[in-house]
Design a protein around this ligand. Structure first.
Ligand SMILES: Cc1ncc(COP(=O)(O)O)c(C=O)c1O
Length: 287
């Protein structure tokens, strides 16, 4: 995507602090606090048939993410929802992705962010499948998800993505499509932009959300699985269990329900439970 069409050189409009501005003019100063200290928070939502799936949940999570970083998004959830609908409509998007972002301004350069103004933008653009492959290969990353005492893991905070970008680019360089991260205790956690599920003895097992982003898709897919009568188990999970899984998949707004063909040396088929949940999710988001 990036090589074909740079993100800062497109037609359309971006919602920027309450106004729709031409895409190429949605700019910030080089001294904004969040650029230096990583404390922007963001969201990612998908548009299906012109509507944003779980829009309010995403707006609410943007608020929660900011609060975990000790600031408030200056627009209510209702205002963010309305702004998102407006930006999707103005850009005439039937399908695509929405990227809201809140960040602290350039009022001060010190580590303390007291006195900075909070800014907000919402961009929406076409975005197809996240991966080219029907089933992807994951490499276990050397980067670990931090303890909740070391970082606000539940926040979709820009700074937390430095390990995701490093892990993903190392996996790509090694010929994989993405990385699987363990956490600070060595437990299974998540991929760089998606949550992890293992099918073990016909049940769905997924790591507890202590050191991961508790994805909106993760929660949706757990509901879909329960509606199908599957047992869903949230618990501590360990890398040794990868050898026992009959199917592995990821969930996320961008990746949807994504089959995993391999984690390191372990290989998996695209199994019936993954396929069923993929179909159920595809139907639900377009319902
Ligand atoms: C690190 C990480 N984990 C999990 C997810 C999945 O979350 P969601 O299903 O809310 O998109 C994402 C994507 O937002 C993510 O970036």
């Amino acid at each position: 995507m990036a090589a074909l069409m740079p993100m800062d050189d497109r037609d359309g409009v971006i919602w920027f602090n309450g106004q729709l501005v031409p895409w190429r003019e949605a700019k910030v100063h080089v001294l904004v606090h969040s650029l230096h200290y990583g404390n922007a928070v963001f969201e990612g939502a998908r548009i299906y048939n012109g509507k944003v799936f779980k829009l309010t949940e995403h707006s609410q999570r943007l608020h929660r993410s900011a609060r975990m970083l000790a600031y408030e998004v200056p627009y209510s959830v209702e205002e963010l929802d309305a702004a998102t609908r407006r930006v999707v409509a103005e850009n005439r998007l039937q399908a695509g992705y929405v990227r809201p972002l809140a960040w602290r301004g350039a009022e001060t350069i010190g580590v303390s962010a007291v006195g900075t103004k909070v800014h907000t933008m919402i961009a929406a653009f076409p975005w197809g499948a996240y991966y080219e492959q029907k089933a992807i290969r994951l490499m276990t990353a050397r980067w670990k998800r931090p303890s909740p005492e070391s970082a606000p893991a539940g926040s979709k905070a820009a700074g937390l993505y430095i390990i995701c970008t490093l892990a993903k680019d190392e996996a790509l360089a090694a010929g994989f499509q993405d990385a699987l991260m363990l956490d600070y205790k060595g437990r299974l956690s998540e991929a760089t932009g998606a949550n992890l599920f293992l099918v073990i003895n016909g049940e769905l097992h997924t790591p507890t959300p202590e050191t991961i982003l508790n994805g909106i898709t993760r929660q949706t897919v757990m509901d879909l699985a329960r509606r199908r009568g599957l047992k869903v188990v949230e618990r501590e999970m360990w890398p040794e269990e990868l050898a026992r899984a009959s199917e592995v998949f990821l969930t996320g707004t961008a990746v949807e329900v994504q089959p995993v063909a391999a984690v390191d040396q372990h290989e998996y088929p695209i199994g019936p439970i993954t396929q069923m949940l993929q179909e159920d999710y595809a139907a639900l988001v377009r319902a």
